[in-house]
Design a protein around this ligand. Structure first.
Ligand code: MF3
Ligand code: CO
Ligand code: CO
Length: 279
């Protein structure tokens, strides 16, 4: 027997302690997440024409901030644990939490842009990969398979399944392609809080972990490496890179468990789910 999982049915007006319990939300919360998630997805849609050689990650961050504020939200990352930017931009061997700045994109780069607008108290957390011009086939394949990993996880997100079922399926798919699944970062519960229980692992054993119940909100955000799973943190305290300097890819959606499956809050309204984004 594992540790007992606690669930807490919450209503829109409840005070929400960060007590490790998994929250079960009602319809008003779904509506809040739908709006925050849609804005997050629209912000990523708007990044498509921006991603080209010579554009700096700082310029992309400025545009994320502008669009977030224009949408009536604030970037949840701004001031989060001392982080001073409106998104994370992780290029090539950067696994996650890349800090925007003066670095310019170049042809063949693959990058993840991760945004989290906080709209009317709800967090819409999503990220996608982008490719600058054209990239080598092995990079494009990594990006494709990482998106498949996310969607395979989402297919298993339904009542009765367990979080371990999601992790196991993602791991199996990634390892079938001889990729490494990052263990040091997880998906997470979210809603009124940016990062909440439960931890959503992207590798694990089927049939283990908390059972999924209607009203749970969480992200799935697999980080998949062309090489080994190991990461290291750079001096800045944020940037995580692959230890073997192999390429890394990630996609993230925020979802809510429904009676018979799940709702993806951060689906692209324009169908810009994965590259290539233009014909
Ligand atoms: N958006 C990231 C996630 O998916 C968190 C970024 S926190 C930051 O959970 F401070 F690094 F921006
Ligand atoms: Co997240
Ligand atoms: Co994110």
């Amino acid at each position: 027997m594992g540790r007992m999982t606690e669930y807490l049915t919450v209503d829109e007006h409840d005070m929400l302690p960060r007590d490790g319990a998994i929250k079960l939300h009602g319809e008003a919360a779904f509506e809040g997440m739908r709006k925050a998630g849609r804005l997050a997805a629209e912000i990523l849609d708007a990044m498509v024409p921006l991603v080209r050689p010579g554009v700096t990650t700082g310029e992309i961050d400025d545009e994320v901030r502008r669009l977030t504020l224009e949408g009536g939200a604030v970037p949840a990352t701004l001031g989060y644990r001392g982080y001073a930017h409106s998104c994370c931009i992780s290029i090539n061997h950067v696994v996650c939490h890349g800090i925007p700045g003066s670095k310019a994109l170049k042809e063949g780069d693959i990058l993840n842009i991760d945004v989290t607008p906080l709209l009317d108290g709800w967090h819409g957390d999503t990220s996608r990969m982008f490719i600058v011009g054209d990239a080598p086939l092995k990079a494009k394949r990594l990006v494709d398979v990482t998106h498949e990993c996310l969607m395979i996880g989402i297919e298993l997100a339904k009542p009765g399944n367990r979080l371990g079922d999601i992790g196991a399926a993602i791991q199996k798919h990634a390892e079938r392609h001889r990729y490494g699944v990052v263990r040091d970062f997880c998906g997470h519960g979210l809603g009124r809080l940016f990062h909440d229980a439960p931890e959503v692992i992207h590798a694990g054993r089927a049939g283990t972990g908390p059972e999924l119940k209607p009203g749970m909100f969480f992200t799935i955000e697999p980080m998949i490496n062309l090489g080994r799973p190991a990461v290291k943190l750079l001096e800045d305290g944020w940037t995580a890179v692959t230890r073997d300097r192999s390429l890394s890819a990630q996609f993230e959606h925020s979802i809510g468990i429904t009676e018979d499956g799940c709702e993806i809050f951060t689906q692209s309204p324009k169908g810009l789910d994965k590259p290539p984004y233009a014909g």
